[in-house]
Design a protein around this ligand. Sequence first.
Ligand SMILES: CC(C)(COP(=O)(O)OP(=O)(O)OC[C@H]1O[C@@H](n2cnc3c(N)ncnc32)[C@H](O)[C@@H]1OP(=O)(O)O)[C@@H](O)C(=O)NCCC(=O)NCCS
Length: 449
Amino acid sequence: MSQDPEQAKKLEALLKMLAISKGDTSKLTQPQRKQFEEYKFWKTQPVSRFDDKVDDEGPINSSQRSEDVPDEPLPLLDEFQWCTVDLTDPEQLDDVFILLNENYVEDQDATFRFNYSREFFNWSLKGPGWRKDWHVGVRTKQSGRLVAFISAVPATLRVRNKLIKSVEINFLCIHKKLRAKRLTPILIKEVTRRVNKQDIWQALYTAGVVLPSPTATCRYAHRPLNWSKLYEVGFTGLPANASKTQMIAKYTLPKETDTAGLRPMEEKDVDKVFELLNKYQSRFDLIQVFTKEEFKHVFLSSKNVVYSYVVENNGIITDFVSFYSLPFTVLNNPNYRELGIGYLFYYASDADFEYPDRFHPEGSSKLRKRLNRLISDVCIKARDLKMDVFNAMSCQDNSLFLDDLKFGPGDGFLNFYLFNYKVRPIAGGLRKDNSFDTEKRSSVGVVML
Ligand SMILES: CC(C)(COP(=O)(O)OP(=O)(O)OC[C@H]1O[C@@H](n2cnc3c(N)ncnc32)[C@H](O)[C@@H]1OP(=O)(O)O)[C@@H](O)C(=O)NCCC(=O)NCCS
């Protein structure tokens, strides 16, 4: 690790942004949560308490009617006003990505930033059924500057065996100068009001912070693809007992992919892959159920953001895998302007379909082998696309390959929350000591951006 305090600071911030671990995190625990009563806002909302024993899974409050939902938002302080951000207008789209690029993560020195692109927002916020008024903003009255944002997109969820008409909440962001002023509760209430108006009463959201009460907790994992670049920009250190050559060798991937029949997914594959993904997803307890139209949007509409592949041999598609790109801009570095970051997204494989029990040892071993090869291959694809790190979570069946493929456990956790829905805990792919649970794996099948 670099001794230069500036470099050390940069490293610290990058690791935080990536939720990457610096060392042994086997004893890592989530940030201390408050007592339920101390959550001044969340204790007023229809969410589970930490100690709730859930017998019947379902809505917490099911008596509301959209006719009774107020027509007007809550008032804001005098200098601010509510707005609907129209993402079809390039200027307003720019407002969102400037706000997020500059404020979405904490980096006091502004050494690097998430480099959200217009295409990324078009992809993630304008899927089938999107509504303009669910892109909620707050602007200053004087300059019209966008200072806060929150979004909802429609999603049908399946929680165990129940289908729920829902939304996914994402991109909550408040300008750094307006933090700790209790604007978050007002934004959440406003997006809730707008969603309730459409007779939707449930939401899925994720956060690194602990709120009442996580349905599942997953952990980040990362795999260096270009170790020497990460080292050169001072973002990764050299372990005391290793040489650069050893580290490069450790993370060097094969030149070519290994899976026969691996190729980019095309429009003509949609029916088959849709069926394969649905069948694969049926093993999980928390998933998003895509319509075919949504499926096409999510996996095929945005060529520079999401990359989808299939494995086809003799006309049969046996596997599907996808990842998305969300790079960092590196500021003030003479050699590098960007860090490429890939995120594992949805995948599916028929490797264990002959075993009705997901945990059958033979089925698990076949799946492990298949996924190891497939995910190693997408790491190669990501490397060839100039990505420098590949991230994944402990959700889905990922624990089967994370350790094998040299994904390092991250420092950060991602909690999954359901609004107005009580549910028994869902496995996040972690053992008690927070290592990746290769046996039980995760029952979270949804991947949130
Ligand atoms: C997350 C963020 C909006 C919180 O803003 P803030 O100014 O610190 O918090 P506020 O004073 O407005 O509101 C505090 C309340 O919001 C809650 N809160 C904080 N972060 C939250 C989150 N990510 N999701 C939901 N509620 C959150 C707090 O628990 C608190 O409620 P409580 O009294 O019931 O505990 C702000 O820090 C931010 O924009 N961060 C960068 C982007 C980001 O991390 N977004 C969240 C991604 S999940």
